[in-house]
Design a protein around this ligand. Structure first.
Ligand code: UDP
Ligand code: MG
Length: 320
């Protein structure tokens, strides 16, 4: 079924993307034109850029593009860098306010295949409220990123968060999904988990990842670790239960050890000097305690962030 009235918004988070942003917008305008020509979306469909506090010329290029494309290129600028998830959240809330029937988020480097947007829209027309892009492979990733990504998805699944592997932030969400999304005020919302858990009708579309056109990846070891930790602690309390289990096992273990020591002392009369055992045990339990405290700290960190209920970001300028 073709629907002439479908207003599509394409959300693009950008952080220091001066090398690619112009050609990305041009390509996305072509995608919009093609879909308008095929009567799949309405003429007032638009691109919504979120400049995540870029330090380079990204914003001035965006301003130029806004003046040449007018209302087809809208944009928002943060006062500073808040990270890709917050930029995406701002994008989703921004297009919800401006108005759209569905919104697709895609990276500024167009590593995700922009031609899949047409398939996303087709799936939306068939009734999907969410269309999730699944990467075909991780050829373009470094070995380290590949390995950590696999571990992350395996761990998430083990912890009871059933998000499909190779999920990405390349997805379409309907205005209905956006309305629900707006009601969630969690600071550390992990979008991949959130949209998956909503339970709305979801389709999956596989796409090929291309190498980055220019510039470097904006993620480093620390930002990826923070994203992964956020994803885990925002969605699962299993680590807390593991702490409890470790506690129980430790107590049981120490009972056994006590029995053994008593046995040796009274029946074998053969007490070893014990120094090595003591040191090993001290170190071991010290380690276990610190590890457990670390996990608790993660959750306390989450609570800390949530209770502050600070605004997620502060907008500097908006072009609509
Ligand atoms: N990004 C962002 N804020 C950040 C880091 C990245 O808005 O702090 C954007 C970036 O401009 C790009 C997308 O998030 O549009 C994905 O980033 P990148 O391509 O560097 O990540 P990778 O493809 O290496 O995972
Ligand atoms: Mg990229």
């Amino acid at each position: 079924m073709l629907n002439k009235k479908t207003r599509l918004a394409i959300i693009v988070p950008c952080f220091n993307e001066e090398l690619v942003i112009k050609s990305t917008i041009e390509t996305l305008i072509e995608v919009l034109d093609k879909l308008i020509f095929k009567d799949k979306i309405s003429k007032d469909s638009y691109i919504y850029l979120v400049d995540d506090g870029s330090k380079d010329n990204t914003w001035s290029i965006i301003e130029e593009l806004h003046s040449s494309y007018g209302k087809r290129v809208k944009a928002l600028k943060f006062v500073r860098n808040y990270g890709n998830q917050k930029a995406l959240i701002a994008g989703l809330l921004g297009v919800k306010d401006i108005g759209c029937d569905c919104a697709v988020s895609i990276d500024a480097d167009l590593q995700q295949d922009e031609n899949a947007i047409e398939t996303f829209v087709d799936e939306y027309h068939k009734g999907a409220e969410i269309v999730s892009g699944i990467r075909n492979d991780r050829k373009t990733d470094t070995l380290f990123k590949k390995f950590t990504a696999i571990c992350f998805y395996k761990l998430m699944n083990l912890l009871g968060v059933k998000i499909p592997q190779n999920h990405s932030d390349f997805r379409l969400v309907s205005s209905k999904a956006l309305e629900i999304f707006e009601k969630y005020h969690e600071e550390g919302l992990f979008l991949r988990g959130f949209f998956h858990e909503l339970g709305l009708k979801t389709s999956y579309v596989h796409f090929d990842v291309k190498p980055r056109m220019a510039g470097k990846s904006k993620f480093n070891f620390f930002s990826l670790t923070s994203l992964a930790l956020n994803g885990i602690t925002a969605f699962s309390i299993v680590p807390l239960r593991i702490i409890a289990a470790i506690g129980v096992l430790t107590v049981l273990g120490s009972f056994l050890l006590a029995l053994e020591v008593i046995f040796e002392k009274y029946f074998l009369h053969d007490m070893p000097s014990g120094w090595a055992t003591l040191v090993v045990l001290l170190a071991f339990f010290g380690g276990v305690q610190i590890f457990c405290l670390g996990i608790i700290g993660e959750y306390i960190g989450q609570i800390f962030n949530e209770v502050k209920a600070r605004p997620r970001y502060i907008k500097e300028t908006e072009l609509t």
